[in-house]
Design a protein around this ligand. Structure first.
Ligand code: COD
Length: 309
């Protein structure tokens, strides 16, 4: 695993502090005519953390910026005629090194991912690309991850292995320490009524993942309470190789990940970010409805990953 430059980082504030002392990275935004994107770009640029190239209909971007009183005069704008063209050209800019980070703006997820996945012009590196939601735990304030609530619909054995490896690699680059991983299910052991629990049990037995020279502890299938609390594990008589809370929560399917992630955002207002892993360069992928701070945190994480890549 490439280690890059590390140092233990617990939260988004530490990530932002880290990138402030590093060279400014450039973000290529596909379909940038969106208030939250433009606002976070304006602030990141004012603070000299990031630079941007916007790909969208130029008039639309200028109108959105004017409507929300955001100064975008210092950013390069590439005028595009469709979402597809914006996604393709922004991906090409990153692939060719004119920008270091790709970001999804106001376009459909499927269209964006198709550009990233394109075998000839995309940004594939690993066998499987996967989405991680990075969030600050509402109780401890520490960085945690959920995967995959954004890209792979119904993972099976092999996909669970890749999704876990991708998340561990990202966690180590972001936090600078090895994580504890829980494969989340409705059961605490393989149950043939639930295919994902059987696949998770097999994946847990087979995976040997290292971070910073340390073997990463992986448990699963386990329920969320057991993954979070040593007391719950003890009460339910589940033997764990680590004491909760886990750092990475691998979920059985996209609905579970999406629901858990949105619950954190809306019920607890957790600080959050979203990225695609397994790519040759960092890719930020968020929901169009995500707010300013989620977009800003994601840009900061993208920058750290570009620096530590
Ligand atoms: N990693 C690597 N390669 C992949 C992946 C992946 N995760 N997914 C597909 N591929 C490859 C396939 O092997 C194939 O070579 C090519 O990409 C096309 O794959 P298809 O035909 O299976 O899939 P597509 O192109 O129709 O769709 C792939 C998507 C990732 C776009 C699709 O799975 C999708 O829409 N996922 C859900 C994303 C989403 O809507 N998220 C928001 C709601 S939470």
């Amino acid at each position: 695993m490439p280690i890059g430059e590390t140092g233990v980082r617990k939260n988004f504030r530490a990530v932002i502090e880290f990138i402030k002392s590093k060279p400014v990275q450039k973000v290529a935004v596909a379909c940038a005519a969106d208030e939250a994107v433009l606002k976070s770009a304006g602030i990141a640029s004012n603070e000299k953390i990031l630079d941007f190239i916007f790909f969208d209909n130029a008039e639309k971007i200028k109108k959105a910026a004017a409507a929300h009183k955001i100064d975008i005069s210092r950013f390069e704008i590439i005028d595009t005629r469709s979402e597809q063209e914006a996604a393709a050209l922004a991906t090409a800019a990153v692939r060719e090194g004119r920008a270091q980070i790709l970001m999804k703006g106001h376009l459909s997820t499927g269209m964006f991912l198709k550009a990233v996945l394109d075998k000839n012009t995309g940004l594939r590196k690993s066998k499987l690309l996967s989405h991680i939601q990075v969030f600050e735990c509402p109780i401890t304030g520490d960085i945690k991850m959920i995967s995959d609530g954004g890209m792979n619909l119904y993972p099976k054995y092999e996909e669970f292995c890749h999704i876990t490896a991708n998340a561990v690699e990202a966690f180590y680059k972001i936090c600078g320490r090895a994580p504890k991983v829980a494969l989340i299910s409705a059961y605490n052991r393989a149950n043939h009524l639930l295919r994902s629990s059987v696949d998770m049990a097999a994946a847990r037995d087979d995976m040997k993942i290292f971070a910073g020279g340390e073997r990463v502890p992986i448990e699963g299938p386990v329920t969320l309470d057991v993954a979070l609390s040593a007391r719950a594990a003890e009460k339910k008589e589940v033997r764990m190789s680590f004491e909760g809370p886990a750092d990475i929560f691998i979920v059985p399917n996209i609905e579970t990940g999406n629901l858990l992630g949105k619950s954190l955002l809306f019920f607890t207002k957790s600080q959050s970010a979203g990225i695609i892993c397994g790519t040759s360069r960092p890719v930020i992928m968020l929901s169009r409805a995500d707010n300013f701070s989620t977009k800003f945190n994601s840009m900061a994480l993208g920058s750290l990953l570009a620096i530590n890549g």
